[in-house]
Design a protein around this ligand. Structure first.
Ligand SMILES: [Zn+2]
Length: 276
């Protein structure tokens, strides 16, 4: 059963129990727009059924990026014949994907179940009917996308921002993307001081979360640049050293931190032959 969280009269957040994965339904006078479509069939079906109760067609689906947990449910909306929008690099993500959080596992994607975008973009794309601006914001993945509602002053970040549901931490995660790009995106979003951010996973948050995430990435990258320039046997930076709060026993955090280290080349630093 998805958690249904009204953000305002026209914006409803759907949150799956599994990994606190988010999808959003945005309503205008005569149609609906869905941002991300969840992963598990029963969750996506519930999202679809919620849309049916509105008696308006789903005109658009926007996928914040092409990790399967954000786009695999597109197929449940075939009945509406929606226009699917994604960044032009979407294939870079879906092709690389094995399993989002357990890369050692086999690919869980059945490509027959994918519904590919009808519109791809590279520069900003505006959807005036919904007062939305869609922007390429790489970081978590090559094709990550930021969506801004001018009408409601809401930002959707996809997985560039991850949150928990209990005020514990969820850290920026770039195993599939690029840490410098993620840092630059989070810094530029933080400057806007957004009050409502709908993350890829977890409850909505505000810019204070961005400030903490920026600190994590800055600390992590700084530690790595010191390691890279040093010949001594230093240990890899721990999560606690990087994130500005101690409450870390939540939401894949340790696993994501170690995958971030791996993406940065952490495994090579821990190999004795390279440390001599
Ligand atoms: Zn993702």
């Amino acid at each position: 059963m998805n958690k249904i969280i009204p953000v305002n009269a026209s914006v409803t957040l759907f949150q799956a129990k599994s990994s606190l994965l988010n999808a959003t339904v945005v309503e205008n006078n005569d149609s609906l727009l869905v941002i991300d479509t969840l992963l598990l069939p029963k969750d996506s079906k519930e999202l679809y059924e919620f849309c049916l109760t509105k008696n308006k067609p789903v005109k658009y689906i926007i996928n914040t990026h092409w990790h399967s947990d954000h786009c695999y449910g597109n197929r449940f909306f075939d009945h509406f014949n929606p226009i699917i929008i994604a960044h032009k690099l979407f294939w870079n993500t879906i092709e690389k994907e094995k399993n989002i959080i357990a890369p050692e596992k086999a690919n869980i994607i059945n490509k027959k179940h994918l519904r590919l975008p009808h519109i791809t973009f590279s520069k900003d794309l505006e959807l005036p009917e919904f007062n939305l601006v869609i922007t390429h914001a790489p970081g978590h993945s090559d094709d990550s996308t930021r969506i801004y509602s001018q009408l409601y002053d809401i930002y959707w970040t996809g997985d560039n921002v991850l949150n928990s549901n209990d005020n514990r931490i969820a850290i920026p995660y770039f195993y599939w993307g690029n840490p410098q790009e993620l840092l630059s995106e989070l810094r530029s979003l933080a400057k806007k001081k957004p009050n409502i951010i709908i993350p890829g996973h977890g409850l909505p948050c505000d810019y204070h979360k961005l400030d903490r995430d920026v600190s994590y990435l800055e600390n992590l990258l700084l530690s790595f640049s010191k390691l890279s320039s040093s010949c001594s046997n230093q240990k890899l930076p721990s999560l606690i050293e990087c994130y500005p709060t101690q409450e870390n026993d939540s939401f894949w955090v340790e696993k994501m931190h170690s995958l971030n280290l791996e993406r940065l080349g952490g495994s090579s630093f821990s190999a004795p032959a390279l440390l001599s």
